[in-house]
Design a protein around this ligand. Structure first.
Ligand code: SAH
Length: 259
């Protein structure tokens, strides 16, 4: 799957693509990330990519033409037929919020996408109207550029690729994953068994030390149910509505007065 990223700061991506568990996905080109700088497609000695806003006001706006030329270069390089062109995605605070469902759809879409990272006050609306298929937001706050949002999407997609996480399928234990019925993950513990922290000695829950897989599975499920009921009740409602909770789950939630 190929992602072409249009960014004024390609150097922000390079260290990220070389680090951590996802490196395998990027190095093997299972998630093939190509970086394009609109400055390379700008005209004149100054290779200008931004200008002052019409109508006045603070800041600068990214010009449509260098972005359009950059997109044309990407399309020529991808050489896709017109009717199966990869979508053009702009990161923007006014876009649809990124969540697990959206990330999973990207992971399943072999076309990948062209990802456009804005900077300054944003980009000329005419480029958006003419070329952008959808807008995606990281949340209701404003970043100074789309790069962190693009990295968030690439990271989350790479994690879902088969074989990327060392322990095959371990993302299926993650929060929001359908394999976990869309619930939140349970808490994790590692050595030592008793940690001498600022609040005195803290022990690992006994059941995790016993090696009894069925009991451990039940304990983790109950932790997931409890956390989801307390922190994200709408996810629990969704799991219940989709018939993903079994009798043991429902009995537990009722006993705990969480349902
Ligand atoms: N003036 C714009 C913000 C521009 S911020 C507004 O108020 O809506 C500059 C760039 O950062 C944007 O073009 C966008 O690409 C990126 N950006 C900012 N906040 C973002 C968010 N919450 N999600 C995704 N991208 C964001």
């Amino acid at each position: 799957m190929r992602f072409d990223v249009i960014t004024l700061f390609p150097e922000l991506f390079e260290p990220f693509l070389r680090c951590g568990i996802n490196r395998r996905a990027f190095e093997s080109r299972q998630v093939d990330v190509r970086l394009w700088n609109p400055r390379d497609h700008a005209e004149g000695n100054y290779r200008r990519v931004d200008d002052r806003p019409f109508g006045g006001g603070p800041g600068m706006v990214m010009m449509a033409e260098p972005l359009w030329r950059c997109l044309q270069a990407i399309r020529a390089d991808r050489a896709e037929p017109d009717d199966s062109r990869a979508p053009v995605v702009l990161f923007s605070p006014i876009g649809d919020r990124l969540d697990h469902g959206v990330v999973q759809r990207w992971a399943d879409d072999s076309r990948g996408a062209v990802l456009v990272c804005g900077r300054y006050e944003g980009i000329d609306q005419r480029f958006i109207d003419a070329c952008v298929d959808r807008q995606v937001s990281l949340g209701d706050f404003v970043l100074s550029g789309g790069e962190i949002a693009a990295l968030a999407l690439l990271d989350a997609v790479a994690r879902l690729m088969p074989g990327v996480l060392g322990d095959e399928g371990s993302h299926q234990q993650d929060s929001f994953n359908p394999a976990l019925d869309g619930l939140l993950d349970s808490p994790h513990f590692t050595r030592p068994e008793v940690w001498q922290g600022p609040r005195g000695p803290m022990a690992v829950p006994e059941v995790l030390l016993g090696g009894h897989h069925e009991k451990i599975g039940r304990y983790r499920r109950e932790q997931s149910l409890t956390l989801t009921a307390r922190l994200r009740p709408e996810l629990l409602d969704h799991a219940q509505g989709a018939d993903r909770l079994d009798k043991a789950d429902l009995d537990f939630l009722r006993r705990q007065k969480l349902l």
